[in-house]
Write a protein that binds this ligand. Structure first.
Ligand code: 5GP
Ligand code: SF4
Ligand code: MG
Length: 460
């Protein structure tokens, strides 16, 4: 999911949020929503669809205020319907709250039982609503907004980057492991206004300046008095999802002082060094495989060319809810360039293989186009464990590398050779400490223990 928040009296905050969400569209295409606060009044608009489908000029008029938060949804828990669209709004006995959540809780069942025991009205099936209700519950029990929020966060386990709107300010929160990203930006000089967003690309689009990341286990509270920071967890550590770096976040977003494009280029260079191929051209799988393909070409000296053209108006196939739609989706999404490919030995680079359906179809397409050899190179290691923290890599039995060796996968997808980037290569090229990432989908070493029933549902 993508989350966004802004505190900017005098600005059209709903519209700025709209543009922020527009830049975060890649993080979720199922639904979009904006909540604004205008004094004590909360205004909300959300619906299923792309950001540009959900909103239009006339809706912004009904979203007044100086505080806004927004959300684009990618469903991992709960089904895809309007009730699960965010922001989630709850009413404490003092004031309304709006919550945008990115990530997945792993103790949802326990939290659900706690909330139901206290007669909470659960409207949706989403963990995000439970976070909102937990905060309201703590406020109703007498805590002030900050104290209540911190108490509620202590009841949550898993991944949560949150932006929370209240009548007096906006809160930005990361879980103690900082699994999902969240950044702070500033808008204007006097007075300084603050923006929160999943990625820096959402700051760029509205002309905000990147200030810093919200830290793991940090809560920032933005009000008319400015920005206050609280470290609410004593057990913080850095465990950013490595898949944000490899695939999920936009290549123009900044992490660890560089664009992810630069990191992905290095992954491709490293891949060429580790697993060279004898070929005529290098192509990438658009869009996410392109930077690594260019890196592969740079290191190997094999010419880079476009070989597959993507229909830009089709969403990410991976996010479509059913397997049959996914299979159709691949054909709708990519076409091959015969003039570039016919008679060639081709290195094709992609960022990851999850189920293997994309690769299998692509190889078929390349062969039909007259490619004589297909050497597939993947700029991440084999995905062997499911994600419980908000990226839909599905249950373990869906992951092709969980049950098959590289050689078996290579046979199944019918390539002449197949190599994955090494685990060490992936981490070393971050130029950050190895321990500062979650990489559980490659190792099964989960930074936050997963509750048994949930674990059983995905680990077969
Ligand atoms: P599969 O092997 O499952 O058919 O698909 C892998 C492809 O899906 C890659 O090209 C990758 O860019 C894309 N993809 C889309 N969404 C995701 C996601 O959430 N995680 C990963 N790892 N890859 C994804
Ligand atoms: Fe990211 Fe994989 Fe960890 Fe999930 S398990 S948070 S996809 S690194
Ligand atoms: Mg891709």
């Amino acid at each position: 999911c993508g989350v966004f928040g802004i505190y900017a009296p005098g600005e059209d905050v709903a519209k700025l949020t709209y543009f922020g969400l527009y830049a975060l569209q890649h993080r979720g295409q199922e639904s979009a929503g904006i909540a604004t606060f205008d004094g004590e009044q909360l205004h909300l608009y959300k619906d299923v669809g792309l950001v540009s489908q959900v909103f239009n000029e006339s809706i912004f008029k009904d979203l007044p205020g100086s505080i806004a938060i927004g959300h684009t949804r990618y469903s991992t828990t709960g089904s895809n319907n309007q009730a699960n669209a965010q922001p989630v709004v709850v009413y404490s006995h003092l004031f309304p709250l709006a919550v945008s959540h990115n990530g997945n809780l792993v103790n949802t069942l326990q939290l659900r039982d706690e909330l139901l025991k206290n007669n909470c009205n659960l409207v949706t099936t989403s963990d995000s609503e439970m976070i909102a209700l937990a905060i309201a519950e703590e406020i109703n029990a007498g805590a002030d907004c900050l104290q209540a929020s911190i108490k509620a966060f202590h009841r949550c386990q898993g991944a949560f980057s949150l932006v929370i709107g209240t009548p007096v300010g906006v809160m930005g929160v990361r879980d103690p492991n900082g699994i999902r990203p969240l950044v702070i930006g500033t808008l204007g000089n006097h007075p300084v206004r603050y923006v929160l967003a999943s990625e820096t690309c959402a700051l760029d689009i509205i002309g905000a300046k990147y200030l810093r990341d919200v830290q793991p286990g940090e809560l920032v509270w933005i009000t008319e008095e400015g920005l206050a920071s609280y470290f609410w967890s004593q057990k913080s550590q850095r465990k950013l999802c490595i898949f944000e770096m490899i695939y999920f976040s936009r290549p123009d977003s900044i992490m660890h002082n560089e664009s992810l494009y630069s990191y992905r280029l290095r992954l491709g260079q490293r891949l060429a060094k580790e697993s060279p191929a004898d070929a005529d051209i290098v192509i990438g799988v658009p869009d996410s495989g392109i930077p690594a393909a260019i890196g592969f070409s740079q290191f190997s000296g094999i010419r880079y060319t476009e070989g597959l053209i993507k229909n830009r108006y089709v969403g990410r196939t991976f996010i479509e809810p059913t397997q049959s739609m996914r299979e159709l989706g691949i054909r709708m999404k990519l076409n091959s360039l015969k003039d570039m490919l016919f008679g060639k030995r081709v290195v094709i680079v992609d960022d990851s293989i999850v189920r293997g359906t994309t690769s299998q179809k692509l190889v078929k397409l390349l062969r039909q186009t007259g490619v004589v050899e297909v050497h597939m190179r993947i700029s991440s290691p084999p995905v062997t464990y499911p994600c419980f923290y908000g990226i839909d890599t599905d249950s373990q039995d869906q992951l092709i590398a969980a049950t098959k060796s590289v050689e078996e996968i290579s046979k199944q997808i019918e390539v002449d050779s197949l190599s994955y980037l090494s685990y060490q290569g992936m981490l070393e090229e971050t130029r950050e400490h190895k321990a500062s990432f979650c990489s559980a989908c490659f190792t099964g070493d989960y930074p936050v223990p997963v509750a048994e029933p949930l674990k059983r549902s995905k680990l077969t």
